[in-house]
Design a binder for this molecule. Structure first.
Ligand code: FES
Ligand code: FES
Length: 925
């Protein structure tokens, strides 16, 4: 079919397939700003202008574009740069994957003079999803952009909250400041920086044949018809690929998770499990090949219910070569992935001393991380026959080990590169399709790409672990908490990755808040079922545990007739204490009581009723507290190199992975502060396992605390080398040389660091280029804390719950970058509200997923969340860089228990099973 159109000002006339979409056409012409996050016209990331009107390019066939004028972000004028500036200064672009689509929609709205009131903005942009930001920062940026019309065309100054960033009010030059992300220019211009944008031309496409059954043996695979499909290059089944058990968990060696996975298996254990791989010249050929593979199954009974899994006669992993990880508490024959118990004090005596004991069961559902960039990786072999894997991952070094193990290769044969990542939230702490791309590249000798669709990402990767938690709390009549007994049953799904480590946070990151209790116990079982595997999701098990424990504390307060905030203030952990349920760690920094008091002030809690009748609606308020960690004590390790380059700039080499949170920028801020230079003089070099120093990766809230600590050590090491080198040049003692960031000095001698750096090159001075190295691991994982208060309104007729206000106060130590930290908090709260109200992984009775796209799985849009109010209560953590702790995960935990309590106060209905749907509110569970 011949089409003629104008694309970004260029007149084009081309023959295209009749089913080609405008999305494919734009990307084929190199306009990579046009992104896809769904296949159901729900995300808005593919927005382009058709004759000036915004359209979803994935839904526009080329026949409709014929004769029209098409503009992508690359073709927009200078207004785009103004809008980008507003977004960058708010830190609103985060992973940036949704940014081009949003910018197109905002620019169209602006051109249409649609209006500048919040309601109009929200409605106009309601189809533009963002999973990172929680929308509030975008709204601030868009308001400012639109306000230029009333400001003579100039952007008004940013309305910056006066954030306290340090406990003592110390001023820094580079940290504790809202520096824009280093990659914001590229992200907001829609540059090709993500994995799929970078795949080589002509890469073969890998697609997977997947199980239709929850538990079955594959008795035959007929590839003959698939191999006849034009464009299909190869089809591989379980017998054609290496069979080495590994775990998809991206965790440090020895991994705690069991080795229960192979690349392709004849035993498939959930609907969506991989059966075979098809490699083809194009997406269309690969998809046709997948449809043509005929698989014969012997169906087996399946166990789908987490509460029926333990010791069920259906054994999910009956293979002989199942292997424990470093956690040896599991027993595959019992469907048991892990089991454990930690006890502090005399539980029976503490309950006996209690006047009131409540016992409740809470259920948290499996939820999707739903990052906008789905799983993508490509692989190729280089001139030396080594395998290079480019992957959108949080854990490049762990992926290197995984791919090598799965394929039976020595690790030196594998190199992993991480480009920009369009969000991860823990999902990409597990391997996914890297081994398929790698295997296909090895087998075919050609570059191969494996990109998961949204449906595959939701059905065939990993989710938050579903849990059932029983909580028993005992307290004296005056509100003194005496005892807490917590049990968690966690659904690992078909494979046990992250099973052990997730569940340990259920108790480990909740019970220490009520550290004064005379006794506490935390016990758990993690079980296999024939469902989508559980994995890592922001908050890990702390999120599930927070719902159970904080809800129980709220119910205890109601039972005692006490204000839930007062009850907490009476029992809260304080600095200097030993955290009994957290490896007996010593608590250095904690301002949780002040966080709570400030959050109470923000909503006018004191003297305010817990519920108000508004006529057709009823309002309620609820509170929750939470804590998390900062890296994994004794285990996480970061290495950092900083090299002095010509003219005195620095290359900061890290193995830590920025997955959109701004780690590259925050670490550069710390390096700049330590080296006494401007952050612009620091170049952050992203991860390539061949050249980057080892880092465990982006998880467990480790970036700021663990890698930041390594940055400081590397900077100190480099400064000592700079002074030594100047001393060598001048023939003086290094101890007599001063360095202020710009110059080295000793008596009459003075030289800029730029001049010193240039001498290192121009005069062949030994020892050559100066490089500092720092390594950091910590025996502690200092908890960040947060208090969250939700205000909800419940429709009396429908039971629909709307969160109308959310106030949060965070103690993350020194706030290294308040703009980025605020967006982290807002995004986390938004995800937490989604978990509380709408998000749910639902399966049919055969184990098939009912919620495999953004139509059926409801992530919050900007219509569904309020503009959260976030403040900081910085403490000073002596073991952290500049006093910092972490913020990435703690922010997701409080919404579900706070909303649950607010709904209970409004309606009298305690919905103990998430999500809190209208029918549960109206009719009960
Ligand atoms: S890819 Fe077009 S709306 Fe999602
Ligand atoms: S910034 Fe919107 S999805 Fe990441």
């Amino acid at each position: 079919m011949l089409v003629t159109l104008t694309l970004n000002g260029a007149r084009l006339s081309e023959d295209v397939r009749p089913d080609m979409t405008l999305f494919d056409f734009c990307r084929a012409h190199g306009y990579k700003s046009v992104k896809c996050a769904c296949e159901t016209s729900n995300c808005g990331l593919c927005t382009v202008l058709l004759d000036g009107e915004p359209v979803l390019s994935c839904s526009v066939l080329m026949a409709r574009a014929d004769g029209h004028d098409v503009t992508t972000l690359e073709g927009m004028g200078p207004e785009r740069e103004l809008l980008s500036q507003c977004l960058a200064e708010e830190g609103a672009e985060q992973c940036g994957f949704c940014a081009p689509g949003l910018e197109m929609a905002v620019l169209a709205m602006d051109a249409a003079h649609a209006g500048t009131d919040d309601e109009t903005i929200r409605r106009y942009l309601s189809g533009n999803l963002c999973r990172c930001s929680g929308y509030a920062s975008q709204m601030r940026a868009i308001r400012r952009f639109l306000a230029r019309h009333k400001n003579g065309g100039e952007l008004p100054p940013r309305d910056v909250p006066a954030d306290p960033t340090t406990q003592g009010g110390e001023k820094h030059e580079q940290v504790a400041r809202p520096v824009a992300k280093k990659d914001s220019g590229a992200l907001l211009a829609g540059k090709p920086v993500y994995t799929a944008d970078l795949a080589p031309e002509g890469a073969l496409v890998v697609k997977l044949v997947r199980s239709r059954h929850a538990n079955a043996l594959v008795t035959d695979i007929d590839k003959s018809r698939a191999l006849e499909v034009p464009g299909v290059v190869a089809v591989f089944g379980p017998d054609d690929v290496p069979h080495h058990r590994f775990t998809l968990a991206g965790q440090s060696f020895l991994e705690p998770s069991p080795y229960d996975t192979v690349i392709l298996d004849r035993h498939v254990r959930y609907v969506g499990d991989e059966v075979a791989m098809v490699v083809a010249e194009s997406e269309a050929a690969a998809a046709a090949g997948v449809r043509a593979v005929k698989v014969t199954y012997e169906q087996l009974p399946a166990v789908l219910d987490v509460e029926e899994a333990l010791d069920n006669e259906v054994v999910v992993h009956d293979e002989d070569d199942w292997k424990h990880g470093s956690d040896t508490t599991g027993d595959a024959a019992r469907n048991l992935v892990a089991h454990g118990e930690t006890v502090h004090g005399d539980l029976d005596a503490a309950f006996a001393a209690s006047d009131v004991v409540i016992e409740r069961t809470y259920r948290t559902q499996a939820t999707q991380q739903a990052m906008m960039e789905t799983f993508r990786s490509f692989a190729y072999t280089d001139a030396f026959g080594r395998l290079t894997v480019v992957s959108s991952t949080q854990v490049p070094f762990h992926i290197r080990r995984q791919v090598a193990t799965a394929l039976g290769l020595p690790k030196h044969q594998v190199r992993v590169i991480k480009p920009r990542v369009g969000g991860g939230f823990g999902a990409k702490q597990s391997g996914c399709n890297e081994a398929y791309a790698a295997l296909a590249a090895l087998k075919t000798g050609r570059p191969c790409i494996c990109s998961y669709t949204r449906e595959e990402t939701m059905s065939c990767s990993n989710t938050r672990h579903e849990m059932v938690m029983k909580v028993r709390v005992g307290a004296r009549r005056d509100g003194t908490i005496e005892a807490i007994d917590l049990y968690a049953l966690s659904n690992a799904g078909a494979y046990g990755y992250h099973g052990t480590t997730t569940v340990t946070l259920v108790g480990g990151k909740t019970l220490p808040i009520y550290n004064h209790a005379a006794a506490s116990r935390f016990a758990y079982d993690v079980v296999y079922t024939n469902t989508t595997p559980g994995g890592a999701y922001r908050g890990y098990g702390a999120t599930q545990g927070c719902f159970a424990v904080e809800s129980a504390i709220n119910e205890l307060a109601d039972e005692l007739g006490m204000d839930p905030c007062e009850l907490r203030l009476k029992n809260l952990v304080k600095p200097g204490e030993t955290l009994w349920q957290l490896g007996q760690e010593h608590l250095n920094s904690c301002r949780l009581d002040e966080c709570l008091e400030r959050a109470m002030d923000m909503v006018g809690w004191k003297g305010r009723p817990l519920s108000e009748d508004l006529g057709a609606r009823v309002r309620g308020i609820g509170v929750a507290l939470t804590m998390q960690g900062s890296g994994i004590s004794h285990l996480d390790i970061a290495n950092v190199d900083i090299r002095l380059e010509d003219d005195g700039f620095y290359v900061l080499s890290i193995g830590a992975t920025d997955v959109g949170t701004g780690a590259d920028t925050i670490l550069a801020q710390m390096a700049a502060e330590a080296l006494g230079c401007d952050v612009d003089r620091i170049v952050t070099k992203g991860v390539d396992t061949d050249t980057s120093p080892f880092d465990t990766g982006a998880y467990a809230s480790s970036g700021t605390y663990i890698t930041g600590g390594a940055v400081l050590r590397a900077a100190e090491d480099l400064i000592s080398k700079i002074r030594a080198q100047a001393a060598h040049v001048w023939g003086v003692e290094a101890g007599d040389v001063e360095f202020d960031g710009e110059c080295v000095r000793c008596g009459e001698n003075e030289m800029t660091v730029a001049a010193l750096a240039n001498q290192m090159i121009g005069f062949g001075l030994q020892p050559g280029m100066l490089e500092g190295h720092g390594s950091n691991t910590q025996p502690t994982s200092p908890p960040p804390y947060m208090a969250g208060i939700a205000e909800v309104e419940v429709d009396k007729a429908t039971g629909k719950v709307e969160v109308t206000d959310y106030a949060a106060v965070v103690d993350c130590g020194t706030v290294i970058n308040p703009a980025l930290a605020r967006v982290q908090a807002e995004g986390g709260i938004s995800q937490g509200i989604g978990m509380a109200l709408t998000e749910d992984v639902v399966r049919d009775e055969r184990g098939g997923l009912r919620t495999s796209n953004f139509m059926t799985y409801k992530v919050p849009t900007r219509m569904d969340v309020p503009e959260m109010r976030v403040e900081f209560m910085p403490s000073f953590e002596p073991t952290g860089p500049f006093g910092a702790k972490s913020i990435g995960e703690v922010v997701i935990n409080t919404p579900s228990p706070a909303v649950m309590s607010a709904v209970a106060h409004a309606t009298g209905r305690y919905v103990r099973s998430l999500p809190i749907t209208p029918s549960k509110v109206l009719l009960g569970e």
